[in-house]
Design a binder for this molecule. Structure first.
Ligand code: SAM
Length: 433
């Protein structure tokens, strides 16, 4: 009887194991599963974006959307989604009872074939109704599983970097099920690369883009941000209007994967026609009372559309309530100060009626939208919102209020508005000539 082949002797510390062969091919599975988190309230907008990218099995949950497709769909979603915060690639999923079950799920994943040992990692665990006591312990177990898998395959292991890791691994636990994801984005996707400086309290880029999409703005009607700050809404609008991929100016962590094919990704980047630099003049209007805000807005817009197209964007520096309407009709979308402190709130309450009077005087025919954490803004303006959408600006629980400003009335309110829908905005009301 032939003897079984002798197992290879364990390598001594002086004799390192051979490094792992680089897998040149992308994952062979035809269908991969992904999950893209997004700001709460924008899940349906994200689902529409993913459908437009030909995603299958789209499942909307609170705070994100699950979807399926070939691996390159994950790359295209990173490049093209204006609303997703990340794109997570599902690597393992199974039922669990104790932490060691999760260790085994993580250990079954072929990490050394995905990235190199010199890459740094960060593991993060989130859970809904998990019976486990410590999520930090789960994080540690998954980190150990990754390190053990590397050690078994080669003589080195990735180290942990919690601030700027090369690879982010996300663990998500429900009551019974553990899912392990590798983040394909790297830095959050709202970091587009055009923001080189910050003023206080900028909106997240994906929230700004999501609100424009939620309001159906595709670059087909004038847009005014009357208090534009660093110009996030206008810059996202410029990207939408020119059909520019929001991720064009940044890199992604999938570019560090062993099987990453740079020429294939270049082809993906170059495959969609865009109109960068060709922005219709008279489409975008920005204003802020702070001159530094206008300088910053100008630089951000310059970063995405270039000097020539910038000339067609009108930026002004005055109080919003002194602007004259820039076009017959259009969309006003603004993020006013929301008054974190009591004294700020008092100033806002005095300002709102002036803003309401201006809307009435100048913006007949316009759709006016404000995102604010101040629930009392509509009554301060003196209008009842036609729509109000709950949205989160980071951790801040906000409302996007929409007011349809009908034409036909250019009068100032006679007295300080008391809230409620003015007569001429009520259904069925006809103003006499
Ligand atoms: C919350 S910040 C807007 C941030 C902006 N969305 C961004 O992403 O950077 C509010 C802005 O309103 C401006 N502002 C305050 N009162 C104003 C007024 N009466 N007219 C015009 N702008 C005003 C402030 O200067 C500030 O830039």
């Amino acid at each position: 009887m032939p003897l079984p082949p002798k197992p290879n002797p364990a390598p001594s510390p002086q004799q390192p194991r051979a490094t792992i062969a680089v897998k040149a091919k992308a994952p062979s599975k035809v269908v991969e599963r992904f999950f893209a988190p997004c700001p709460r309230g924008l899940e349906t907008v994200l689902a529409d974006e993913l459908a437009a990218l030909d995603a299958d099995r789209i499942e909307i949950t609170d705070g994100g959307v699950g979807f399926s497709g070939a691996f390159d769909l994950g790359q295209r979603a990173c490049l093209w989604s204006r609303v997703a915060s990340r794109v997570l690639w599902q690597l393992g999923e199974a039922e669990y009872r104790v932490e060691d079950d999760i260790y085994r799920i993580a250990r079954d994943i072929d990490w050394p074939h995905l990235f190199a040992a010199h890459h740094t990692i960060r593991v993060e665990t989130n859970a809904i109704r998990s019976p486990l006591k410590s999520l930090d312990f789960v994080t540690l177990k998954v980190k150990d599983a990754i390190v053990d898998k590397f050690r078994a395959a080669m003589n080195s292991r990735p180290s942990v970097d919690t601030s700027m890791p090369d690879m982010r691994i996300f663990v998500f636990l429900t009551e019974y099920k553990a899912t392990i994801y590798l983040d394909l984005a790297g830095e959050a996707l709202f970091k587009r690369g055009y923001r080189r400086e910050g003023l206080a309290a900028p909106l997240r880029e994906n929230l700004a883009a999501g609100m424009l999409l939620l309001k159906g703005w595709k670059g087909d009607r004038p847009l005014l941000d009357a208090m534009c700050g660093s110009g996030t809404i206008l810059t996202e609008a410029a990207l939408i209007a020119t059909n520019t991929a929001p991720g064009l100016q940044r890199s992604f962590s999938f570019e560090k994967l062993r099987f990453f094919d740079a020429s294939q990704f270049r082809a993906i980047r170059e495959s969609s026609p865009n109109n960068i630099g060709r922005l219709e003049p008279g489409l975008l209007f920005g204003n802020d009372v702070n001159p530094a805000a206008i300088d910053t807005t100008e630089r951000h817009l310059h970063n995405v559309v270039g000097a020539t197209a910038l000339k067609g964007i009108r930026l002004t520096n005055q109080r919003a309530e002194t602007l004259t309407r820039p076009a017959e009709n259009g969309l006003l979308l603004s993020n006013p100060p929301y008054g974190e402190r009591m004294d700020e709130l008092a100033t806002l309450r005095e300002w709102y009626p002036q803003l309401g009077a201006w809307m009435k005087r100048e913006l007949a025919g316009w759709t006016v939208c404000f995102i604010t954490a101040d629930r009392d803004m509509p009554s301060g303006l003196g209008f009842k919102p036609g729509k109000k959408t709950p949205l989160y600006n980071g951790a801040l629980d906000c409302r996007l209020f929409e007011f349809q400003m009908y034409s036909g009335s250019k009068r100032e309110p006679k007295e300080k508005p008391q809230g409620g829908m003015p007569m001429e905005h009520r259904p069925g009301h006809r103003e006499r000539n």
